[in-house]
Design a protein around this ligand. Structure first.
Ligand code: 4AD
Ligand code: MG
Length: 478
């Protein structure tokens, strides 16, 4: 029993009268005869019909929920409802037992909170099967999209000495003995004795290194883990998340928006064709969940419709200044329904404002641009008005900020001045400034939060449920 056929393939073919070997994990076993077997290739189980009269009692007892088994037999037309074909077992092997008294996953509905506690087993549920197959497809589609357009996939470092966002939300990387920290004569930590001989941290973004490579390859992208030590215990934040960061020479902000919108539509479209079954399953799951809510709180569109809507409509493009006017004049603001009221230009937008714009006002994804320079990073290109920068954020319904990016400041003097104003050390980033010294050119890029994308496509509501093993404040299990 070495070569096995995937259950998805047998169910898709619908052919009968041939021999197969299938291996997987038992979901249910009823009447000592029918096994629902799952191998992770699809949420649909294959029904195995066991010849119970000729199978030892001891073996039958070991066919329990969660056990790994292998079966060889014939694919036949199914007499029962619910499936077209099933496998009539000739040989049955118990590969790994699962004690039904102790196995935490029973064939019933478990809460997402409970499943989060047993994240090592939750892959075996229908919901997480669908979520993580879609996550895989999205990752694959992203590479496909960039590869088709001739982008170079760049591996930027995980350990770095720079703070790309200048926000100071970094995890320190050190091999110093924390019980006996070496100090300089003036009492500071003697980082020269540390592994790298300087202060290092886990990267918050691969952008700065991405810019260096874009100045040679023209179009590059990174796709890797990033780390933020921000103490945000929300359903949208992780301490470790994956980010896609394209960086393109000779692009302005409009080109950047066009690329981001095309990317989003491509990858969503990809999953609609390649993960139809899983999206249908999650759409159904959400509908069931929404039934528990009062009518007024239910979504106007189901998950599938939401994804299709996103493909069929242009993202709304508005400036920060226009958005502030909309928010300030909104009834929501006047009736003081925002926790943070919008009264003047310059305020940072909270997620409640972002969600108001996309969910209540425009009812579609929105690209906001030209933010006040005070609330954005040092590297963004300054507008002639002296107050705004060529930033863009893409906001999605139910999610808020999905993408953050900008056209970069390519003019050396302007960049240096801004860095000094913001107390960003220019000497430490001299390698970054070199791109502006030697053959500088207009360029732009953005960062797409991968888990937020998976959230949107799967319709899940908590970011902890779309990454296998979430890292959040006070939690690094598994
Ligand atoms: O807006 P951010 O901080 O932008 C950057 O890091 C830029 N260097 C990107 C670039 O221009 N190359 O982060 C980009 C995206 C956000 O829009 C959000 O989707 C996601 O990364 N993100 C997070 N996702 C999960 N948990 C967190 N703590 C996140 N912080 C940002
Ligand atoms: Mg941002």
């Amino acid at each position: 029993m070495s070569k096995r056929t995937k259950i998805s393939e047998i169910l898709r073919n619908e052919a009968t009268g041939y021999e197969v070997t299938v291996k997987g994990w038992v979901r249910t076993f009823r009447n000592n005869q029918f096994i629902a077997l799952n191998d992770g290739s699809t949420n649909n189980n294959i029904q195995i019909v066991v010849d119970f009269e000729n199978t030892p009692e001891a073996t039958l007892k070991r066919i329990t929920t969660g056990a790994a088994i292998g079966i060889s037999g014939t694919v036949i037309a199914s007499q029962g409802k619910g499936q077209k074909v099933e496998v009539k077992a000739k040989t049955l092997e118990i590969i790994g037992d699962s004690d039904p008294e102790k196995y935490p996953l029973q064939p019933k509905k478990h809460s997402l909170e409970f499943l989060r506690e047993i994240a090592h087993l939750r892959f075996r549920t229908n919901t997480f099967g669908a979520v993580f197959r879609i996550r895989h497809s999205l990752a694959f589609a992203i590479h496909q999209f960039f590869n088709d357009r001739g982008f170079v996939y760049l591996h930027t470092p995980i350990i770095t000495a720079s703070d790309a966002e200048g926000a100071g939300e970094m995890f320190r990387v050190t091999t110093l003995d924390l019980n006996n920290i070496p100090r300089t004569e003036t009492g500071e930590i003697d980082v020269k004795q540390d592994f790298f001989g300087k202060t290092t941290n886990l990267t918050v973004s691969g952008q700065l290194e991405g810019e260096l490579a874009a100045m040679a390859f023209g179009e590059v992208y990174t796709f890797g883990p990033t780390f933020r030590a921000e103490n945000s215990n929300t359903t949208r934040h992780l301490a470790e998340f994956w980010m896609i960061e394209p960086e393109m020479a000779f692009y302005d902000l409009d080109d950047n928006m066009d690329l981001a919108e095309a990317l989003m539509k491509y990858v969503i479209g990809y999953t609609l064709t390649h993960n139809k079954e899983d999206i249908d399953f999650l759409t159904q799951r959400l509908l069931e969940e929404e039934k528990l809510k009062p009518q007024t709180e239910r979504s106007e569109m189901n998950l599938l419709e939401k994804l299709q809507f996103c493909l069929g409509n242009n993202f709304e493009r508005v400036t920060y200044t226009q958005a502030i006017d909309i928010l300030r004049e909104s009834n929501h603001n006047k009736k003081k329904k925002f926790q943070y009221l919008i009264d003047k230009w310059g305020a940072d937008l909270q997620s409640e404002h972002e969600r108001y714009l996309v969910e209540k006002h425009f009812k579609k994804p929105v690209i906001l641009s030209d933010y006040p320079k005070e609330i954005k990073a040092f590297y963004m290109r300054q507008n002639d008005d002296g107050t705004t920068v060529r930033a863009m954020d893409i906001l999605f319904p139910g999610i808020g900020e999905m993408v953050g990016g900008s056209q970069r400041e390519e003019r050396l003097d302007k960049l240096e001045t801004r860095m000094k104003e913001m107390h960003i050390p220019t000497e430490e980033l001299s390698w970054y400034l070199d791109t502006r010294r030697f053959g500088t050119c207009p360029h732009a890029g953005f960062g797409l939060g991968f888990e937020r994308l998976v959230l949107f496509v799967t319709g899940m509501t908590n970011i902890r449920d779309v990454i296998p093993f979430p890292r959040t404040p006070k939690n690094a299990e598994f």
